[in-house]
Write a protein that binds this ligand. Structure first.
Ligand SMILES: C[S@@+](CC[C@H](N)C(=O)[O-])C[C@H]1O[C@@H](n2cnc3c(N)ncnc32)[C@H](O)[C@@H]1O
Length: 274
């Protein structure tokens, strides 16, 4: 990972209120860069952009010709004091981080009412689709169907908050969806928060991209099975999560990325004096 990418993931993204944490940001980066390396092009989309934390991660790794579309109700935290609302804060965050913000690519509305053509007509077939909108069963099933119909053959679908006891219907929705479409779709990776899915034909490509990614070597890679496919569970030990939070809260956020470097890399860096 170069310095610019490291600064973006470990510093810039933290300046945007939101929910993606370093392990998933590193998985997004690994998959997006593997797709680019392999010539697997396409648009990117996210349902539930909130203030843009994971949306801007997609923007960071999109190629110039690729478009990134966001969908949200934009009804969260309506300000009573005349300050910027959710939509305007998203736009403001984008400009602050140096992204051109195209209003045509930010859909304000209920994702469950969209058709795949509403997305593909703007950005083409989708190579990476992040689902982080409504967390009840009907939302998850509708968003999953939408994503399935909008992705390219090599597209990845990422579900947020799977296996989170706070949102049990997300887990049920993802399991129902995979049990219904398991002949064509397969899960290839899981983290504490997210579940990563692709067409069966690309399972080996994405499983390999994760296994080989140097920036994911600091995480534990544990093989498991989920609804008929081999899945790697990326495990981030509690002590590292605690250390990361302590560093961020004590103003040492700039150094927090060091705890996500693999031991091999850390030894190499300390020998090189970086
Ligand atoms: C947990 S936040 C998303 C966090 C975000 N991905 C991030 O990286 O910080 C969930 C978002 O989903 C949006 N949302 C909830 N239900 C929705 C729906 N039916 N259609 C579109 N967006 C929805 C909410 O407005 C909220 O902004």
């Amino acid at each position: 990972m170069n310095i610019d990418e490291r600064r973006f993931i470990f510093q810039d993204l933290r300046s945007v209120e939101g929910y993606i944490d370093p392990p998933d940001a590193l998985v997004f980066k690994a998959l997006l860069q593997a797709q680019t390396r392999d010539g697997l092009e396409g648009g990117m989309a996210e349902i539930g952009v909130y203030y843009g934390r994971s949306y801007f991660l997609l923007r960071k790794f999109a190629q110039v010709q690729e478009k990134v579309l966001g969908v949200d109700l934009f009804e969260m935290d309506p300000p009573e004091d005349g300050s910027l609302d959710q939509y305007d804060r998203l736009m403001e965050n984008g400009r602050r981080l140096g992204f051109a913000m195209d209003r045509d690519l930010i859909i304000k509305g209920d994702s469950t009412r969209l058709a795949a053509a509403d997305i593909t007509s703007k950005i083409g077939p989708v190579r990476f689709f992040s689902i982080d909108g409504g967390h009840h069963l009907h939302h998850v099933l509708a968003d999953a169907k939408l994503a399935m119909e909008a992705i390219a053959p090599h597209g990845v679908i990422v579900f947020d908050d799977t296996f989170n006891p706070a949102w049990p219907e997300v887990t049920v929705g993802v399991a129902d969806f995979l049990r219904t479409h398991g002949h064509s779709l397969a899960c290839f990776a899981m983290t504490k928060y997210k579940t990563y899915v692709c067409h069966r034909e690309f399972h080996a490509v994405y499983a390999g991209a994760i296994a080989d990614e140097p920036d994911l070597q600091a995480l534990g890679h544990v093989e498991t099975q989920f609804l008929g496919s081999a899945v790697v569970r990326l495990h981030n030990p509690m002590r590292r999560r605690v250390m990361y939070e302590l560093m961020v809260r004590s103003g040492l956020g700039g150094f927090s990325e060091r705890i996500y470097r693999s031991k091999v890399k850390q030894v190499r860096d300390s020998v090189a004096g970086t």
